[in-house]
Design a protein around this ligand. Structure first.
Ligand code: GRF
Length: 204
Protein backbone atom coordinates (compact mmCIF):
# COMPACT_ATOMS: atom_id res chain seq x y z
CA UNK A 1 0.00 0.00 0.00
CA UNK A 2 1.32 3.43 -0.74
CA UNK A 3 0.07 5.19 -3.84
CA UNK A 4 -2.26 8.09 -3.13
CA UNK A 5 -5.24 9.68 -4.86
CA UNK A 6 -6.29 13.03 -3.39
CA UNK A 7 -9.91 14.15 -3.84
CA UNK A 8 -10.68 17.87 -3.54
CA UNK A 9 -13.55 20.27 -4.21
CA UNK A 10 -12.31 23.62 -2.99
CA UNK A 11 -9.42 25.98 -2.56
CA UNK A 12 -7.10 23.03 -1.96
CA UNK A 13 -5.07 24.37 0.95
CA UNK A 14 -5.06 20.90 2.53
CA UNK A 15 -3.93 19.46 -0.79
CA UNK A 16 -1.14 22.05 -0.77
CA UNK A 17 -0.03 20.89 2.68
CA UNK A 18 0.19 17.33 1.31
CA UNK A 19 2.07 18.48 -1.78
CA UNK A 20 4.53 20.41 0.41
CA UNK A 21 5.38 17.32 2.47
CA UNK A 22 8.50 15.71 0.97
CA UNK A 23 7.53 12.24 2.21
CA UNK A 24 3.97 12.41 0.86
CA UNK A 25 4.41 14.34 -2.38
CA UNK A 26 6.23 11.53 -4.31
CA UNK A 27 3.46 9.11 -3.38
CA UNK A 28 0.61 11.20 -4.79
CA UNK A 29 -0.37 9.52 -8.05
CA UNK A 30 -3.29 11.76 -8.97
CA UNK A 31 -5.49 14.62 -7.78
CA UNK A 32 -9.17 14.33 -8.71
CA UNK A 33 -11.80 17.02 -8.36
CA UNK A 34 -15.57 16.94 -8.82
CA UNK A 35 -15.69 20.06 -11.01
CA UNK A 36 -13.39 21.65 -13.57
CA UNK A 37 -13.21 25.14 -12.07
CA UNK A 38 -11.44 24.23 -8.86
CA UNK A 39 -8.29 25.84 -7.44
CA UNK A 40 -6.99 22.47 -6.25
CA UNK A 41 -6.48 21.46 -9.91
CA UNK A 42 -4.09 24.38 -10.46
CA UNK A 43 -2.16 23.51 -7.33
CA UNK A 44 -1.68 19.94 -8.58
CA UNK A 45 -0.61 21.07 -12.03
CA UNK A 46 1.89 23.56 -10.53
CA UNK A 47 3.34 20.74 -8.42
CA UNK A 48 3.65 18.51 -11.51
CA UNK A 49 1.14 15.96 -10.24
CA UNK A 50 -1.42 14.43 -12.63
CA UNK A 51 -4.82 16.05 -12.11
CA UNK A 52 -8.23 15.42 -13.56
CA UNK A 53 -11.77 16.63 -13.00
CA UNK A 54 -14.48 13.98 -12.83
CA UNK A 55 -17.36 16.38 -13.26
CA UNK A 56 -20.30 15.33 -11.08
CA UNK A 57 -22.68 17.06 -13.48
CA UNK A 58 -21.88 14.45 -16.14
CA UNK A 59 -23.21 11.59 -14.02
CA UNK A 60 -26.86 10.74 -13.43
CA UNK A 61 -26.36 9.16 -10.00
CA UNK A 62 -23.93 9.03 -7.11
CA UNK A 63 -23.26 5.38 -7.92
CA UNK A 64 -22.16 6.12 -11.47
CA UNK A 65 -20.06 9.08 -10.28
CA UNK A 66 -18.41 6.93 -7.61
CA UNK A 67 -17.71 4.22 -10.22
CA UNK A 68 -16.04 6.78 -12.48
CA UNK A 69 -13.92 8.06 -9.59
CA UNK A 70 -12.88 4.52 -8.69
CA UNK A 71 -11.96 3.82 -12.28
CA UNK A 72 -9.66 6.86 -12.42
CA UNK A 73 -8.12 6.08 -9.02
CA UNK A 74 -7.32 2.53 -10.15
CA UNK A 75 -6.01 3.77 -13.49
CA UNK A 76 -3.33 5.63 -11.54
CA UNK A 77 -2.63 2.59 -9.37
CA UNK A 78 -3.68 4.33 -6.16
CA UNK A 79 -4.75 2.34 -3.12
CA UNK A 80 -5.02 5.20 -0.61
CA UNK A 81 -7.67 7.91 -0.97
CA UNK A 82 -7.38 11.26 0.81
CA UNK A 83 -10.44 13.50 0.99
CA UNK A 84 -8.93 16.98 1.22
CA UNK A 85 -12.03 19.14 1.33
CA UNK A 86 -13.98 16.81 -0.95
CA UNK A 87 -17.62 17.86 -0.70
CA UNK A 88 -19.23 14.65 -2.02
CA UNK A 89 -20.41 11.73 0.05
CA UNK A 90 -18.76 8.49 -1.00
CA UNK A 91 -21.15 5.55 -1.28
CA UNK A 92 -20.69 2.13 0.37
CA UNK A 93 -19.21 0.46 -2.72
CA UNK A 94 -16.50 3.09 -2.88
CA UNK A 95 -15.81 2.86 0.85
CA UNK A 96 -15.55 -0.94 0.70
CA UNK A 97 -13.19 -0.77 -2.28
CA UNK A 98 -10.50 0.89 -0.12
CA UNK A 99 -10.83 -0.68 3.34
CA UNK A 100 -9.16 1.40 6.08
CA UNK A 101 -7.45 3.41 3.38
CA UNK A 102 -9.69 6.48 2.97
CA UNK A 103 -8.91 9.49 5.16
CA UNK A 104 -10.90 12.68 5.61
CA UNK A 105 -10.12 15.96 7.33
CA UNK A 106 -13.01 17.73 9.02
CA UNK A 107 -13.15 21.16 10.72
CA UNK A 108 -14.60 20.17 14.10
CA UNK A 109 -13.94 17.84 16.99
CA UNK A 110 -16.08 14.93 15.79
CA UNK A 111 -18.57 13.65 16.77
CA UNK A 112 -19.56 17.31 17.28
CA UNK A 113 -20.74 19.13 14.17
CA UNK A 114 -20.55 16.64 11.30
CA UNK A 115 -21.63 17.85 7.85
CA UNK A 116 -20.88 20.78 5.59
CA UNK A 117 -21.35 23.65 8.11
CA UNK A 118 -19.19 22.57 11.03
CA UNK A 119 -17.55 25.95 11.61
CA UNK A 120 -20.81 27.91 11.36
CA UNK A 121 -22.47 25.50 13.79
CA UNK A 122 -19.67 25.77 16.37
CA UNK A 123 -20.18 29.56 16.32
CA UNK A 124 -23.96 29.23 16.54
CA UNK A 125 -23.62 26.95 19.56
CA UNK A 126 -21.13 29.40 21.11
CA UNK A 127 -18.80 26.56 22.02
CA UNK A 128 -15.58 27.59 23.80
CA UNK A 129 -13.52 25.25 21.64
CA UNK A 130 -13.85 23.49 18.35
CA UNK A 131 -11.03 21.98 16.32
CA UNK A 132 -10.25 19.50 13.62
CA UNK A 133 -10.36 15.75 13.14
CA UNK A 134 -8.55 13.47 10.73
CA UNK A 135 -10.46 10.20 10.52
CA UNK A 136 -10.97 7.06 8.50
CA UNK A 137 -13.99 7.24 6.23
CA UNK A 138 -16.77 4.75 6.77
CA UNK A 139 -20.28 4.52 5.33
CA UNK A 140 -21.64 7.38 7.44
CA UNK A 141 -20.84 11.04 6.97
CA UNK A 142 -17.91 12.36 9.10
CA UNK A 143 -18.20 9.31 11.30
CA UNK A 144 -15.32 6.82 10.95
CA UNK A 145 -12.65 6.18 13.60
CA UNK A 146 -10.66 9.29 14.51
CA UNK A 147 -6.90 9.21 13.93
CA UNK A 148 -5.81 12.65 15.20
CA UNK A 149 -7.73 15.53 16.74
CA UNK A 150 -6.69 18.93 18.01
CA UNK A 151 -8.71 21.63 19.73
CA UNK A 152 -8.89 25.22 18.49
CA UNK A 153 -10.31 27.92 20.79
CA UNK A 154 -13.26 29.98 19.60
CA UNK A 155 -12.41 33.65 20.19
CA UNK A 156 -15.07 36.23 21.16
CA UNK A 157 -14.77 38.21 17.91
CA UNK A 158 -14.49 35.19 15.58
CA UNK A 159 -16.59 34.99 12.46
CA UNK A 160 -16.86 31.90 10.27
CA UNK A 161 -13.96 33.01 8.08
CA UNK A 162 -11.50 33.80 10.89
CA UNK A 163 -12.31 30.65 12.84
CA UNK A 164 -12.10 28.44 9.76
CA UNK A 165 -8.71 29.93 8.86
CA UNK A 166 -7.33 29.11 12.32
CA UNK A 167 -8.74 25.58 12.13
CA UNK A 168 -7.18 25.12 8.69
CA UNK A 169 -3.76 26.03 10.05
CA UNK A 170 -4.07 23.06 12.39
CA UNK A 171 -5.47 20.85 9.61
CA UNK A 172 -2.42 21.59 7.47
CA UNK A 173 -0.23 20.08 10.20
CA UNK A 174 -2.49 17.22 11.34
CA UNK A 175 -3.56 15.84 7.97
CA UNK A 176 -0.03 15.21 6.62
CA UNK A 177 0.92 13.79 10.04
CA UNK A 178 -1.93 11.25 9.84
CA UNK A 179 -1.04 10.37 6.24
CA UNK A 180 2.59 9.73 7.21
CA UNK A 181 1.41 7.41 9.99
CA UNK A 182 -0.79 5.53 7.52
CA UNK A 183 2.04 5.22 4.99
CA UNK A 184 4.33 3.93 7.74
CA UNK A 185 1.81 1.20 8.65
CA UNK A 186 1.38 2.67 12.13
CA UNK A 187 -2.43 2.92 12.22
CA UNK A 188 -4.44 -0.02 13.54
CA UNK A 189 -8.23 0.28 13.45
CA UNK A 190 -9.83 -1.37 16.46
CA UNK A 191 -13.59 -0.96 16.18
CA UNK A 192 -14.38 2.72 16.64
CA UNK A 193 -10.87 3.67 17.64
CA UNK A 194 -7.44 3.83 16.06
CA UNK A 195 -4.31 2.65 17.83
CA UNK A 196 -1.12 4.41 16.78
CA UNK A 197 1.84 2.05 16.86
CA UNK A 198 5.25 3.20 18.06
CA UNK A 199 7.75 3.48 15.22
CA UNK A 200 9.54 0.31 16.35
CA UNK A 201 6.25 -1.67 16.38
CA UNK A 202 5.35 -0.85 12.77
CA UNK A 203 5.30 -3.85 10.41
CA UNK A 204 7.61 -2.39 7.72
C1 GRF B 1 -11.32 22.06 5.27
O1 GRF B 1 -11.69 22.86 6.36
C2 GRF B 1 -11.66 20.61 5.53
O2 GRF B 1 -11.62 20.27 6.86
C3 GRF B 1 -13.08 20.53 5.03
O3 GRF B 1 -13.09 21.34 3.89
C4 GRF B 1 -12.12 22.37 4.01
C5 GRF B 1 -11.28 22.30 2.77
O4 GRF B 1 -10.41 23.38 2.63
N1 GRF B 1 -13.46 19.16 4.79
P1 GRF B 1 -9.29 23.40 1.50
O5 GRF B 1 -9.97 23.20 0.15
O6 GRF B 1 -8.32 22.29 1.80
O7 GRF B 1 -8.67 24.76 1.62
Amino acid sequence: MGRIAVLASGSGTNLQALLDDPFIRPRIGVVLTDRVEIEALDRAVKAGVPAEAVDRRNYASRTSFDAALMERIRAYGADIVLCAGFMRILGPEFVHAFPNAILNVHPSLLPAFPGAHAVREALAWKTAVTGCTVHFVDEEVDHGPAILQEAVPVLPDDDEESLHQRIKQVEHRLFPMAVRLLLAGRLVVEGRTVRILEEAEAPN
